[in-house]
Design a protein around this ligand. Structure first.
Ligand code: ZN
Ligand code: ZN
Length: 247
């Protein structure tokens, strides 16, 4: 079963032949797939950031599932193994891949963009290098957090915070909440979260934020400056990407 986006706000369920893994690939049965903000833009608006959807289009790039078959030459995997699947497919031979920076691969493909079906479907094939083993203790829903978690780990590497430093986070969607939880684990000092949705503010507090501000009720910058007697935070991490969260 495949869920194809055929128009804004319109999915069609279709049955496709079972894909066969090519040499070096595996067949994965998808158990769960998160819904990214980019999926919502494509669903609600028919595109994202000036890139229009091309119909029919299979969205979804936060998957986990189980190995259902191995292509020729694949070793180390067995049917039933729990896996997370990386949606980006790299060439591993361009200048950037060879320098270990395959996230900016010159020949990058991203499963869930036009022409490269994503994971809102039952069976997918993917290169063996795109699979990561998951422990059996993780539920499929938890396993589907691996892709946004990787996004957050990468951003925290770039932020290069030191233990005890204070951080302001804009937005408490999945990315903002994972950022909050990881910063708390990493030994951050004070963590402020700015988020207009009450349930998300409550979750942010449960996951380690010290304060959660409703930006519609008070100016978060002023609140932080006031609390720190004008010092402010050591770092600000934007997890909302709204016009008024960047300055
Ligand atoms: Zn995403
Ligand atoms: Zn490459």
């Amino acid at each position: 079963m495949t869920a194809e986006l055929t128009a804004p706000r319109e999915f069609r369920l279709t049955t496709r032949p079972l894909p066969r893994p090519a040499p070096g690939e595996l067949l994965v049965r998808v158990a769960a797939c998160g819904i990214c903000g980019s999926d919502l833009h494509n669903y609600l608006e028919g595109g994202i950031g000036g890139a229009p959807a091309v119909y029919p289009m299979v969205l979804g790039h936060e998957p986990c599932g189980r190995v259902a078959g191995c292509g020729q030459g694949v070793t180390g995997w067995a049917p039933g193994d729990r896996v997370a699947v990386e949606p980006a497919v790299y060439c591993y031979h361009c200048e950037f891949c060879r320098a270990g920076r395959h996230n900016i691969c010159a020949n990058l493909r991203f499963m869930s963009q036009p022409g490269d079906p994503g994971f809102f479907r039952e069976y997918v094939t993917a290169p063996a290098a795109s699979l990561f083993p998951l422990p059996p203790t993780l539920s499929p829903a938890e396993g589907s957090l691996f892709e946004p978690l990787a996004v957050v780990l990468h951003s925290l590497e770039l932020a290069a915070l030191r233990p005890g430093e204070d951080v302001a986070i804009s937005g408490a969607g999945p990315i903002g909440l994972l950022t909050t939880a990881l910063l708390r684990l990493a030994g951050a000092g004070r963590i402020w979260v700015s988020e207009p949705v009450r349930e998300r503010r409550e979750l942010a507090l449960r996951l380690g934020a010290d304060a959660a501000v409703d930006p519609r009720a008070e100016d978060p910058v002023r609140a932080i400056l006031c609390e720190t007697k004008g010092r402010g935070a050591d770092a600000a991490i934007d997890c909302a990407s709204q016009d008024d969260t960047l300055n």
